[in-house]
Design a protein. Structure first.
Length: 431
């Protein structure tokens, strides 16, 4: 029996998780503006050290992701994320205070450690509140915190660096995470059964539907068995190559734009925000049609291939045609972000609850390795070749491999499976 969805879950939870992840992304991505806006000169940071600092975050992010997510799965995502908000805000503020690059190395690594479990814990949190037919959209509204944050952060950070300097930028942008931590802790519950704002009928109906969806998934005994799964291994590789393109783009786009003739930090901020407008539109549209069709793969690999072609075309265009190259970068940025919602819906649909959280963390940790490689190698190639050509080819090749692996790793459900999923889908009653 098809019933109407309890919209209060969307109204209550989605804005909270969006803001939380938005603040996390703010404090990891603003380094690119500091690097382009005077930090390197003030702290005597070489080009190779700047690349290392930009990527160290992802090294810390890699090592501590799985333990943190297992804690969230077995104990409390709510408590874990509360303390992460506090500590990453303090570390962001500390970045604006230090004067020795040695301390900056420690801070960037520790920022990755503190933020490592936030994203997979958030995906795990959403999987406890939203059904299969809702999950791609729910994931997308979470991940929209990424491009939406970069959109307004690009303008704000460019303005702050241009008017008060990179130090005050870090301080001003680190404080909101500490304040928001207390709102987060008060407003969320780990599981529907603990929510006072749902009726008992709504709690029972949601839990029944989520449990029903687990019946069609092959049981997996433990994390070891899940981590050795061919699909999980391939998705780890896929996400690593994808993240090379994304974070090579995110970390160094301000520097690419700032190298144009007659550019300044405020102009750089405005231009750097443009690709994320397309990213937001593409993510919302992709997740909607993915949930509507209950298909995932067909909404992932084509966008990654488009991103690969756009980067390669930008290389062919050359530095002498800045505006054409910039348009191609806008296309690449939008295409890379579009498939996030469907991609992370795949994991919770191929693995049972007892191991899906750890698998998400493992896949995301390989994404962190890719992010490290992207942030470091793109900066290294830019600094040592004196142009962006080599890094465009590098990001193009990485996205092409990611698209190819997606095709061979993910199988779409047959028509009979899809029909059964649609017929058995139950949703919550509205009061």
């Amino acid at each position: 029996m098809i019933k109407s969805i309890a919209k209060k879950r969307w109204i209550r939870l989605i804005p909270i998780v969006f803001i939380t992840y938005s603040l996390a992304y703010l404090d990891r991505a603003n380094y690119g503006f500091a690097a382009a806006g005077g930090m390197a000169n003030d702290l005597n940071i070489s080009a190779s050290m700047s690349s290392l600092l930009g990527s160290l975050f992802f090294l810390g992010y890699f090592f501590f992701q799985i333990p943190g997510t297992i804690y969230a799965a077995n104990k409390s995502a709510k408590k874990l994320i509360f303390w992460c908000l506090i500590f990453w805000g303090l570390l962001a503020i500390a970045t604006g205070i230090i004067s020795d690059v040695k301390f900056l190395i420690i801070i960037r690594f520790m920022l990755g450690v503190v933020e490592s479990a936030v994203f997979p814990s958030m995906l795990l949190f959403l999987s406890r509140w939203f059904t299969r037919a809702e999950r791609s959209r729910a994931n997308t509204f979470l991940i929209l915190g990424n491009p939406v944050t970069i959109l307004w952060m690009s303008v704000l950070s460019g303005y702050l660096v241009g008017n008060v300097g990179w130090r005050w930028m870090f301080i001003f942008e680190g404080l909101p995470a500490i304040i928001w931590a207390f709102f987060w802790y008060r407003m969320v519950n780990d599981r529907p059964k603990d929510a006072k704002w749902l009726t008992q009928n709504e709690k029972d109906a949601l839990e029944k539907q989520l449990q029903h969806e687990q019946e069609g998934i092959r049981p997996v005994k433990n994390y070891g068995e899940a981590f050795k799964s061919k699909k999980v291994v391939l998705l780890c590789l896929q996400y690593a190559f994808w993240s090379i393109g994304v974070y090579g783009f995110v970390m160094w786009l301000p520097s690419i734009i700032n190298s144009a003739p007659n550019s300044n930090m405020i102009t750089t901020g405005w231009l750097a925000s443009v690709p994320y407008v397309l990213a937001i539109i593409a993510m919302v549209g992709t997740s909607y049609f993915s949930d509507k069709s209950l298909k995932r793969k067909r909404f992932v690999w084509p966008f990654l291939l488009i991103g690969a072609v756009a980067f390669y075309a930008s290389y062919l265009t050359g530095a002498h045609h800045f505006w054409l190259s910039f348009v191609l970068l806008i296309i690449a940025g939008g295409a890379m972000y579009a498939p996030y919602g469907p991609f992370f819906a795949i994991i919770t649909e191929i693995l049972p609850r007892n191991v899906s959280g750890g698998a998400i963390a493992l896949i995301n940790s390989f994404g962190a390795l890719g992010s490290f490689a992207g942030a470091y190698l793109v900066g290294y190639l830019n600094g040592n070749t004196g142009s962006f050509d080599a890094s465009y080819i590098f990001m193009s090749g990485s996205l092409f491999l990611s698209a190819f692996i997606t095709i061979i790793a993910v199988k779409e459900p047959g028509k009979s499976v899809k029909l059964k999923m649609e017929e058995e889908h139950l949703v919550l009653p509205v009061e």
